[in-house]
Each structure stands twice: as structure tokens, then as C-alpha cells.
Design a protein around this ligand. Structure first.
Ligand SMILES: [Zn+2]
Length: 440
């Protein structure tokens, strides 16, 4: 599907026999969603709906939510499944040096496109309709974000994209990363389904000069997206340079602007929690990645206003929610279900409004980005026990149907607009090529 086809006039359709909830203020056990011109025309009880002749999908009592959002992803890692690092990985830095940095150097044009497409299939299979992607491909920088955007548009996903600017390959390479971020953000300025944000790898791969350069070169209204305090080494690096920590360093270099997206925030100075309250960046927690990299966990009590990302671990946001809950239970740091629900639904809704007005809502006039999970509750469901149903009933985010702007992008294992066997076959070839370059 081309982006033009994506935006063409949408046929009306309705989904009925579903439990409908926005997770925030509204739940209807026998619900109907009617869609016209890509937006929600009616969402509510069947008893109050004026039944019409139109293509109708019967959901079999499944749970319908606003399309899910991955607030921090790395589509470039999709072809890495099954690969082992080049050497031992006793700590966080060695994981980057032995795995992710060689991988992002090995990716070429074809690999970028096919890893993004493979990731898109996985997103749609898990009801994800919007994602923020933090991209890296150090041997193919210029034009890389357009390639990722193209893959997202083929699948009908909305995206916020950036390139991980870093000085780990020197100043000249860094300038290229800056250019790629700026050029892409300008290119999609008028695009309702695609946005740019300024990507930075992490404090510890950027000099003060680099930070100041970014602040000076980028438009003031363009926020940054960065790995912030993921590992203790990031905090230690910022302290060595005379800052309280990674958040303070961004602030003092003019980069903690409205809309800033901070991934992780596991290791911060105690004074920086106040900065988060004062400047209100969006903090993205990535519980499965943090556990996998053994870096600790974000202090969810100190940062209740967070959203969820996977950091490339998967495309499954319900599974990520479950991991957040279970890891919190194991360490005795879990919030109550109300706080967890606000983080998963309300905070996500608030953050989405920066880019996609109305997304994350089921109100009439909202974009019809929807996920019907392959889960039909067999016990009473209310707004109050929704978390219990997601965590212990659905348990993962496998979708039965995924819609973007009113278009059925995935339904009962099939992708109407994507040739899955062809993509899988091409992705396999690209993955083999990637392995040869990686292990060289
Ligand atoms: Zn990340």
C-alpha cells in the first residue's frame, strides 16, 4: 500500500459484538464501533446504535482498544533475532560494543527496509498502530529515515522517527546524523501520519560541543529523543563532566524542551526527579529491555507519569505491560492497578496528542486506529478490573484485527495490504546477508 492509497477515501465499516474501552473513562460490554472516512463515527452500546447496511465485522466478544503505541522502538533490530554477540557481554557497554553497534554498522539500505517491514508485520500482529522509532544504521545514514517511513506507510502505521546521533564515529559522521534528523523532520512537516523528532544516542556518546551544536542547529520546536540514564555509566559520565546527571546535562545544554522523549531514566541523580516534574518531558520505560540488559529498573514511584516502550525487545505492548507489573511484583515496587492503568492509557493518550490529535481515543471524530485483541473476556469486565483482564486474561497483545485510519491492516492472521510470504522470504535473505557482514 502506498501512502497515497493509505489516505484515499475510506469505505465505511463497523465492528460489532466487541467489548469496547478506551481504558480511561469508557467501557461498553456489548459495543459497536462505526467508522466513516477513516474516523470513528459512533462508539457505544449496540442498543443505542442505529443499525445500517455496511460491511460488518463480528468480534465474537473480543476486546477492542484504541490502537496500541510503542513509544520507544528500534525496528533496525528486527533481523537480529537469533544472533549472538561477537564477544562476552559482562556489562551494558559491552552489550553495545559486541552486539548493537556492530549490527547497526552492518545494516545497508536493503537491510534497513526489510528489518523495518518485518517489524511492521509484528506491530500489526500485536495491535500496534503508532510507534516512535529510534533508528541507527551507521554505514547508511542519509535517507535511512525515509526508508523506515516508507515501510511504516506500506503497513499503514503512524510513526515518529529519528536517527541516533552519536560521536562514536567522529565529528564528520555526527554531522551526517544531525543532517539526517533535520532533513527528515522538515520533509514530513506537513504529513499527518509521520513526524520527526531529533534523535540522540545517549549522553555518553556525545560531547558538550555536540550537545550545543544540536541545540543550535535544530528548530526550537523540534524536541529530542534520547537514551537517558539507561545504565549507571551514563550517569557517571555526566557527573564526570560536572553535571548532576543526564537530565541536568540536557537541560543545561538547551535540550530539555517541551515534548522531549527520554527513554529509560533508570539511573538519575536524586535532584533530577524534580527536573522531570518541572520540565515535564515524556519518560518512556522499557521494562523488558532493562531486565535483559541487567541495568536495573526505573523508579516508577518517583516517575508515575511515564509511558511504555519495548526498546526493540518485541512489538507486544500488553506483554510489556505484564512484564512491568511482574518485575515490579518481584522487586516489591509495583504500583496499584489504577496507577498502572493511567500510565498505559492516560499518559499514552496525553503524549500522542503532540503528534496525532485524537489518537488514543474512541470519541467520535477520532482517527480510527484500533486494536481488537484476540481475547474475549469470559468473566465480567469493567473499567475498574480492566488491568486484571489485560494482565491475567489477555496476557499478551496478539490482535485479531488491527485498523489504521479506518483501514483493516490485519485481520485473522492476514495482511490485506502486505505480501507477508514475500516479505518474509526477502527478510530471510537480508538477515543472512546481515549475518555475513556482522560476523565478517
Ligand atoms: Zn533504545
Amino acid at each position: 500500500m502506498t501512502s497515497e492509497e493509505n489516505r484515499e477515501h475510506q469505505e465505511p465499516l463497523c465492528i460489532r459484538d466487541v467489548v469496547v474501552t478506551d481504558g480511561r473513562s469508557f467501557l461498553c460490554a456489548d459495543g459497536v464501533v462505526e467508522i466513516t472516512d477513516g474516523t470513528i463515527r459512533y462508539c457505544g452500546p449496540r442498543s443505542e446504535w442505529n443499525e445500517k447496511e455496511m460491511p460488518t465485522y463480528y468480534g465474537g466478544g473480543r476486546l477492542l482498544l484504541p490502537g496500541l503505541t510503542n513509544m520507544h522502538h528500534h525496528l533496525y533490530s528486527a533481523l537480529a533475532t537469533g544472533m549472538t554477540p561477537l564477544g562476552p557481554t559482562p556489562n551494558f557497554l559491552s552489550i553495545l560494543e559486541q552486539m548493537w553497534w556492530p549490527l547497526d554498522e552492518a545494516l545497508g539500505e536493503e537491510g534497513i527496509y526489510l528489518s523495518a517491514l518485518a517489524g511492521v508485520l509484528d506491530c500489526l500482529r500485536h495491535g500496534v498502530t503508532t510507534l516512535v522509532d529510534h533508528h541507527a544504521s551507521m554505514s547508511f545514514v542519509r535517507g535511512s529515515l525515509s526508508i523506515v517511513a516508507n515501510a511504516l506507510e506500506c503497513g499503514g502505521l503512524k510513526g515518529v522517527l529519528c536517527f541516533e546521533a552519536s560521536e562514536r564515529h567522529g565529528w564528520e559522521a555526527f554531522l551526517e546524523h544531525v543532517e539526517e534528523n533535520l532533513e527528515f523532520a522538515a520533509q514530513v512537516l506537513e504529513d499527518p501520519g509521520m513526524h520527526g523528532i531529533f534523535g540522540m544516542h545517549a549522553n555518553f556518546t556525545l560531547s558538550d560541543e555536540g550537545l550545543r551544536f544540536i541545540a543550535q542547529e535544530k528548530p526550537e520546536s523540534l524536541p529530542v529523543h534520547i537514551h537517558c540514564g539507561e545504565d549507571f555509566s551514563d550517569l557517571a559520565y555526566c557527573r564526570e563532566k560536572g553535571y548532576a546527571g543526564p537530565v541536568d546535562r540536557l537541560l543545561r545544554n538547551g535540550l530539555l524542551v517541551p515534548g522531549t522523549l527520554l527513554a529509560h531514566c533508570v539511573h538519575l541523580d536524586h535532584t533530577e526527579y524534580e527536573l522531570l516534574e518541572e520540565y515535564r518531558p515524556v519518560v518512556v520505560t522499557n521494562p523488558e529491555s532493562n531486565a535483559n540488559n541487567r541495568v536495573g529498573a526505573m523508579d516508577r514511584q518517583k516517575i508515575p507519569r511515564h509511558v511504555f516502550g519495548t526498546d526493540g525487545m518485541s512489538c507486544d505492548m500488553v506483554q510489556t505491560l505484564r512484564s512491568q507489573f511482574l518485575l515490579g511484583q518481584a522487586s516489591g515496587t509495583s504500583e496499584d492497578f489504577g496507577a498502572l492503568q493511567r500510565a498505559f492509557f492516560d499518559n499514552r493518550y496525553d503524549a500522542l496528542q503532540m503528534w496525532f490529535p485524537g489518537a488514543g481515543s474512541l470519541a467520535p471524530g477520532s482517527p480510527a486506529d484500533l486494536a481488537v485483541l484476540d481475547y474475549a473476556p469470559s468473566t465480567p469486565i469493567t473499567l475498574e478490573n480492566l488491568m486484571g483482564h489485560l494482565l491475567f486474561g489477555a496476557r499478551c497483545g496478539r490482535a485479531w484485527m488491527t485498523l489504521g485510519d479506518g483501514k483493516v491492516l490485519y485481520h485473522e492472521g492476514k495482511f490485506p495490504y502486505l505480501d507477508e510470504p514475500e516479505i518474509r522470504s526477502e527478510a530471510l535473505k537480508a538477515a543472512e546477508f546481515l549475518r555475513r557482514r556482522f560476523y565478517g
